[in-house]
Design a protein around this ligand. Sequence first.
Ligand SMILES: [Zn+2]
Length: 81
Amino acid sequence: MIDKPKPIIERIQIDKDKLQFLKDLIANPKISPFDKNKIIKKITGLCAICGSYATQIVTYKLDDISLIERYCDTCISKAKL
Ligand SMILES: [Zn+2]
């Protein structure tokens, strides 16, 4: 495992309507987890730890590539950045 460089953390801009849509989506028992994930991926991406919708994007700039990870507000504090 190589040491990760210091990451750049950016908040994902989610407008109020989209956030409500995501909350309703997650709470809806009629939609399968698979379909939920597909929809969430299109909007914010999934949190790398819990699989909920992501609210923060963490970018590690390596030599010529960027490694991108997504986290929700809860998991960003647990993530080893
Ligand atoms: Zn999470």
